[in-house]
Design a protein around this ligand. Structure first.
Ligand code: KG4
Ligand code: ZN
Length: 358
């Protein structure tokens, strides 16, 4: 099936055209066209994403990206590219930003349907998009455990099979990516802060074997699978207040050690408690090298466990993952293409929980 996918949940405007054949178990995914425009530089002065600005930029960029994507795939911009359906992120995310994508998708669906074949619009959960971004690297075996780490979310999700999700734990306050961004701001580093902190932390690890600071690892011994990162962020703030000429590199490394330490410890606990064949690490923070290294180390204690991490460009927000996730939705329920769905933007939409008995 041929899918046009649209992502506008935060500060990336993205459109991709995919052709996916085969089964859910063995999908053959071809990316025919893929374009993305990041607004990160525009939001930098706010130290985070400013919703009205995001909405304005998405509106401006969507037609440009559609033309670019179709052109890359070899279609004139006026053509429908013969798509079977349009996939669009409906949440979670910033509501004004989500609505821009949904309205654009629906208008396009109507326009393309008017010239013959009906082109339906399928809503996609952004977090499931991150989960299924790993299908581009190979097939998944179930049950799987997903550690989802992004700017808005930190959660552990147990996936018994395609379409069967249970959230095992999540953050009580800040998301881990948000903590990276806030600590980066305290250190005077640009937004988004994750890659900047990571770069400094790696340098520090090359220069000294041991970390010189030991930040707290909140909720590490809480016994459950929930997270908390606001205490860690505050600990960094107090440290910087008390140590006016602190070395940024040392602080970045100690922060990254603590944040990744908690993620790995909770993932370890979840793997101890739930039989798992595949460990998925996805969302923007999965691009973090230290997290990746520690995940591979963790997997050594679980023989037979395979690790699935998206490529660097598919770890942060993109439209390819939205198209792949829509392919999963449609395979699980083909009738969604015949229904006329009233798509709503839902800022705090969670993973669609299907069971509580794992
Ligand atoms: O998934 P994503 O692109 O957007 C959301 O859905 O939120 O995640 C963005 C987050 C930002 O907080 C960014 O700082 C973080 O991912 N991030 C990283 C790295 N690359 C991006 N955090 C740590 N290390 C990285 N290399
Ligand atoms: Zn995301």
């Amino acid at each position: 099936m041929r899918i046009l996918a649209i992502e506008t949940s935060c500060d990336e405007t993205a459109i991709a055209l995919l052709e996916i054949e085969g089964s859910l178990q063995e999908p053959e995914i071809k990316v025919l066209g893929n374009s993305l425009l990041s607004q990160a530089k525009l939001h930098e002065e706010y130290g985070g994403v400013y919703p009205d600005l995001a909405k304005r930029e998405h509106k401006k960029n969507l037609p440009i990206l559609l033309e670019k994507t179709l052109e890359e795939a070899g279609y004139p911009s006026t053509s429908s590219g013969q798509v079977d359906f349009i996939a669009v992120t409906s949440g979670p995310g910033l509501e004004p930003a989500l609505w821009t994508g949904i309205t654009f998708a629906e208008d396009l669906g109507k326009k393309w349907s008017a010239s013959g074949r009906k082109v339906p619009v399928v809503p996609v959960n952004h977090m499931l998009g991150h989960v299924y971004s790993v299908l581009l690297k190979g097939k998944l075996e179930f049950p799987a455990l997903a550690l989802l780490v992004s700017g808005g979310h930190t959660e552990l999700v147990y996936i018994k099979d395609f379409g069967q999700y249970q959230v095992l734990g999540e953050t009580r306050d800040d998301a881990v990516g948000e903590a990276f961004d806030k600590v980066a701001r305290m250190l005077g580093l640009p937004y988004p802060g994750g890659p900047e902190i990571s770069r400094l932390a790696e340098k520090d690890r090359e220069e000294s074997a041991e970390s010189k600071i030991d930040f707290p690892r909140p909720m590490i011994h809480s016994g459950d699978l929930n997270f908390s990162f606001s205490g860690l962020k505050t600990a960094v703030l107090y440290y910087l207040k008390a140590n006016k000429d602190a070395d940024r590199q040392t602080v970045a490394r100690a922060f990254e050690d603590a944040a990744v330490g908690v993620l790995i410890e909770k993932t370890h606990q979840a793997l101890d408690e739930h039989e798992t064949k595949s460990l998925i690490i996805a969302g923007g923070v999965s691009a973090n090298k230290h997290l990746q290294t520690e995940s591979y180390k963790l997997a050594e204690s679980f023989p037979g466990l395979s690790i699935h991490i998206p490529s660097q460009e598919l770890s942060t927000d993109n439209a390819v993952m939205i198209g792949v996730s829509a392919f999963v939705n449609v395979n699980l329920d083909k009738t969604i293409l015949d229904k006329s769905i009233d798509i709503e933007a839902t800022g705090n939409l969670g993973i669609p929980q299907t069971s509580s008995d794992v």
